[in-house]
Ligand binder design. Structure first.
Ligand code: NAD
Length: 479
């Protein structure tokens, strides 16, 4: 057992209801200060095969478990999450550097809610029954089988449970492979699920690198669903592996979302929405990192934005007063800085930040606002995944929509306007899985969630999740 933030946790895999070690480990560092916090079992082909075998063995009994019993266990897991909320919040913050206050008040309660929501949704899932020339059609949601769930590090337990909860509710068994930069809360989730009475083998956690454990899991022909959240290049590799077995895939990928600010917008609200994009040090897939502002208000908007952003406090994410913590890893900071350096070298201007925070050192990158780039500049079209926003102006609604839709992504878009009809006209033309008007990050678990273009394949949320995790069957019975 390893002690992290005062919490004892097991850094081995959880396979078939048992802790399993690998011959090798990999190091896990805290982004807060770079310290080594744990050595984690480094899974590969044999651990992946063992986990898929355990999930396959456990599948028939779990699939046959009544909906009421599955829902009861999911609620018991939610109870366990709530009971250990402080532990989960503290461990997650030390592991991925996101704010402790967000983990406490927003993220971990939402993790519990993920289980409660899908337990209740399962109980309310209707059956489509209808007649065809006297024959009775019965549509059922049959569990599909072992499901591999692969998740990133920016919101580890939140994103993992957004998949684990509906997969378990649907009657599938699960192999979860958390990101190697944030492996810890998945291990605590295994303990919580076990204590809640989830049978052995129904939830398995395999730790390890993507190219080893992850690649072995997605290539296994016994796996009947793969749900992945992460980057486009990894999704392409996973899709190639899945193609060989025709394993159904759900892909939640990157974004380069716009915030459109029209001259008729409530400017205070628009500035708040823009500054909010620095949340989680900019490591949010949905972040509206491209600020598109109507020319007539651009100067005033920029002045107010800079004044507001200057009040952001950067520092230790465990401190209640901190608004922005570190980025996850030196590799990520180098990547962020590379984007910024190349933009500045090409003639762009940093109105704010533009470099690592030398006062704090380590992985803290200053909140940054870049302007003066061509519409096809790399920093406009590629996902930075750090606290870097760009500012562009437009002179007409037409131009605003054209700029907004001008990337290969289509995850989300946000529009700030005081004109309802404009909102309807513009939102109808935006290419995005989610569009917010005069708000941001309002998410109902029953809403479809996913991306257009290269931001993803498929939708999750509410019934859409059950569509994905189930084999939907129509039975036709003669009179
Ligand atoms: P990543 O693609 O590098 O890694 C994600 C996961 O995939 C990790 O667990 C990793 O170990 C695993 N992996 C890597 N190679 C693999 C392989 N060959 N086979 C199987 N698994 C493999 O992404 P990341 O850097 O961890 O996350 C950041 C990305 O995730 C950003 O692009 C971000 O926009 C995206 N994201 C999307 C959403 C969404 O809902 N659309 C949410 C959060 C993050």
């Amino acid at each position: 057992m390893t002690e992290i933030a005062g919490v004892l946790l097991d850094t081995r895999h959880w396979i078939g209801g048992q802790r399993v070690a690998s011959p090798e480990t990999f190091p896990d560092h805290s982004p807060i200060d770079g310290s080594l916090i744990a050595e984690i079992s480094r899974g590969g082909a044999s651990e992946a095969a063992a986990a898929v075998a355990a999930a396959s063995d456990a599948f028939p009994a779990w699939a046959a478990t009544s909906r009421a019993e599955r829902a009861r266990i999911l609620h018991a897991i939610a109870d366990g999450v709530e009971k250990r909320l402080e532990d989960l919040a503290n461990v997650e913050t030390v592991d991925n550097g996101a704010l402790l206050r967000s983990h406490r008040r927003g993220v971990m309660p939402r993790v519990a809610h993920n289980f409660r929501f899908f337990a209740d949704w399962l109980l309310s899932l209707g059956h489509d029954d209808f007649e065809t020339r006297g024959h009775a059609n019965h549509v059922s949601w049959d569990p599909a089988g072992p499901s591999v769930l692969i998740t990133p590090w920016n919101a580890p337990l939140m994103l993992a449970t957004w998949k684990v909860a509906p997969a378990l509710a649907a009657g599938n068994t699960v192999i979860l492979k958390p990101a190697e930069w944030s492996p810890l809360t998945a291990s605590l989730l295994a303990d919580i699920a076990h204590e809640a009475g989830l049978p052995a083998g129904v939830l398995n956690v395999v730790q390890g690198y993507g190219a080893e454990a992850g690649a072995a899991l997605v290539a296994d022909p016994r796996v009947r669903r793969i749900s992945f959240t992460g980057s486009v290049p990894t999704a392409q590799r996973i899709a190639e592996a899945a193609a060989r077995n025709l394993t159904p895939l759900s892909l939640e990928l990157g974004g380069k979302s716009p915030l459109l600010v029209f001259a008729d917008a409530d400017l205070d609200l628009a500035v708040d929405l823009a500054v909010e994009q620095y949340d989680n040090a900019g490591q949010v897939c949905l972040a509206a990192t491209r600020l598109l502002v109507e020319s007539s208000i651009a100067d005033e908007f920029t002045a107010r934005f800079l004044a507001r952003a200057a009040s952001l406090k950067q520092g230790d994410p465990r401190d209640e007063a901190t608004d922005m913590g570190p980025n996850i890893h030196q590799r990520q900071v180098d990547k962020i800085d590379g984007f910024v350096r190349r933009a500045l070298d090409a003639g762009a201007t940093a109105l704010l930040g533009g470099e690592p925070n030398a006062d704090l050192g380590g992985l803290y990158y200053r909140p940054t606002l870049i302007t003066g780039m061509a519409p096809d500049a790399e920093i406009i079209t590629e996902e930075v995944f750090g606290p870097v926003l760009t500012l562009q102006t437009f002179s007409s609604e037409e131009e605003a929509v054209e700029l907004a839709n001008g990337t290969r992504f289509g995850l989300a878009a946000t529009v700030a306007t005081g004109d309802r009809q404009r909102a309807e006209r513009v939102t109808a033309r935006l290419v995005a899985g989610t569009v917010w008007v005069n708000c941001f990050f309002v998410r109902d678990l029953q809403a479809p969630f996913g991306g257009a273009r290269q931001s993803g394949v498929g939708r999750e949320g509410g019934t859409w999740s059950f569509d994905f995790y189930c084999d939907i069957k129509n039975t036709v019975m003669a009179p």
